[in-house]
Design a protein around this ligand. Structure first.
Ligand code: UGA
Length: 458
């Protein structure tokens, strides 16, 4: 079959793999090829065991793989035959040199740009999907257009707004799609080509075209605003605990204001994930670079409060268990940074686990998807940590449970059975406020929610 266009994607991780599979599913007229340098990852995309757990993903991949969706480790051929190249490589926080700890590391991005330049034999539209600091597209365009070949590269910014666990839903019904372009005849042509892809399933009014820099900054700012909401509600949760007030009531009350809205107001042990911290650090770096120190400090406070919230949770456990955790067994319910994912990048559970181990607590970790990642993350910390998938087996002989991920299954366990299996006095620290606290208290547990008065039997 002859395809209308060839789309090539550099980077087969969460963003590249999922987005391209989805585009292939919606657009049978395009041939979509995903490349990654990691052979094992590509092997896994081509197998029955996909490298990423994401609800709905497997069905899509299975229905289009080797029809119009291909996973490959062949770079040159893919670049040559494509008209449109998406760059979905990761841009972690730089851990060396100027901007270490804040700026984005653009090593992979630049490498991708150089590869595109090296292997291209015709004009290309290069779509920046990785989250990159403002003005990266311009820098990339400069690198690309230094080529001595008579080829034109047009860079488009098309930030992704997927959240893990709901990625397919976010792609199916996005709040908006941003397409940043240069307002030149070539830029407009490239813009139209990308709009054409999304128009296969996204209503026109949700496709926003804007200038490249605004598009890049909107991505950073969106994540900063979302993380700020969590830090804001978490800051109020600390006050609630001191004043015997309930954060759930406060969240409900303020969320009723239409201008505020109800979502993303769940107090927690803090936000995790690969994006929020990285993007805010990036924003902070940009602001400092431009001499905007007050603005940088303002956004940095969102991260500081997140660290504070994790520490506060550990202190709550320590204080309530008589200021001593040595040799006490604590079962961590969940290790993933949020529910419905196996991802543990920047998970608050890791910080909490390490702090508890420092207090010489014994840990048993249970999680329906993230145990393998948890093992890797804690490899160096302590080899005495136990990993048990079945929560009933995991709690056996434990002094306390700490709920660290909001998995639905934890709401529906038989807590009477669990209570009987634990050592007494039994404690539950609900770091996600997902359990029925009154019921647990009635069963005999000492219950410590976030942002609400504790319920204790002594
Ligand atoms: C986030 C954004 O939500 C996406 O829009 C964005 O595209 C993505 O980053 C990205 O830049 O790639 P994600 O990191 O997958 O998505 O996860 P979120 O659902 O945003 O959750 C982040 C953290 O906040 C989790 O640890 C979650 O448990 C926590 N959270 C969320 C709370 O503690 N309280 C809430 O009310 C909501």
């Amino acid at each position: 079959m002859k395809f209308k266009k060839n789309i090539f994607c550099i980077g087969g991780g969460h963003v590249g793999g999922i987005t391209m599979a989805f585009i292939a599913g919606k657009c049978p007229q395009y041939k979509v090829t995903v490349y990654d340098i990691n052979k094992k990852l590509i092997g896994s995309w081509n197998s029955d065991n996909l490298p990423i757990y994401e609800p709905g993903l497997e069905e899509i991949v299975k229905s289009v793989r080797n029809k119009n969706l291909f996973f490959t480790t062949e770079l040159a051929k893919g670049i040559k035959e494509a008209e449109i190249i998406f760059v979905c490589v990761n841009t972690p926080t730089k851990d060396y040199g100027i901007g270490a700890g804040y700026a984005a590391d653009l090593y992979y991005w630049e490498q991708a740009a150089r590869d595109i330049m090296k292997f291209s034999e015709s004009d290309k539209i290069v779509v920046e999907k990785s989250t990159v600091p403002v003005k990266t597209a311009q820098a990339m365009e400069r690198i690309l257009n230094t080529s001595s070949k008579k080829i034109h590269f047009e860079v488009i910014s098309n930030p992704e707004f997927l959240a893990e666990g709901t990625a397919i839903k976010n792609l199916e019904q996005p709040d908006r799609v941003l397409i940043g372009y240069r307002n030149t005849p070539q830029g407009q042509k490239a813009r139209d080509a990308i709009v054409e892809i999304y128009a296969n399933w996204v209503p026109k009014e949700k496709i926003i075209t804007l200038d490249i820099w605004s598009s890049e900054l909107s991505k950073l700012a969106s994540n900063a605003f979302l993380a700020q909401r969590i830090s804001s509600i978490n800051s109020i949760s600390a006050l609630c605990e001191k004043t015997e007030c309930s954060i759930s009531e406060v969240s409900l009350a303020i969320g009723k204001d239409k201008r505020i809205g109800p979502e993303f107001l769940n107090a927690s042990i803090g936000f995790g994930g690969s994006c929020f911290k990285k993007d805010i650090l990036n924003l902070v770096y940009l602001c400092r670079h431009h001499g905007l120190h007050e603005v940088a400090n303002y956004w940095e406070a969102v991260i500081k409060l997140n660290e504070y919230q994790k520490n506060r949770f550990v202190e709550m456990i320590l204080n309530s268990m008589f200021n001593n955790l040595a040799n006490k067994k604590i079962c961590l319910f969940g290790f993933a940074f949020k529910a419905n994912t196996s991802d543990t990048r920047e998970t608050p559970a890791l910080t909490i686990a390490i702090r508890l181990l420092e207090e010489k607590a014994k840990l048993v970790i249970t999680d329906p998807q993230a145990l393998n990642n948890a093992k890797k993350d804690l490899q160096k910390a302590d080899d005495t940590v136990e990993y048990i998938e079945d929560p009933y087996k995991a709690v056996k002989g434990c002094d306390a449970i700490a709920v660290l991920t909001e998995w639905e299954i934890y709401k529906h366990l038989d807590y009477l059975k669990i209570y009987k299996l634990m050592r007494k006095p039994a404690f539950i620290f609900d770091g996600r406020n997902i359990l029925d606290h009154e019921k647990l208290f009635a069963l005999g547990f000492n219950v410590y929610p976030i942002g609400k008065p504790p319920m204790k039997h002594f």
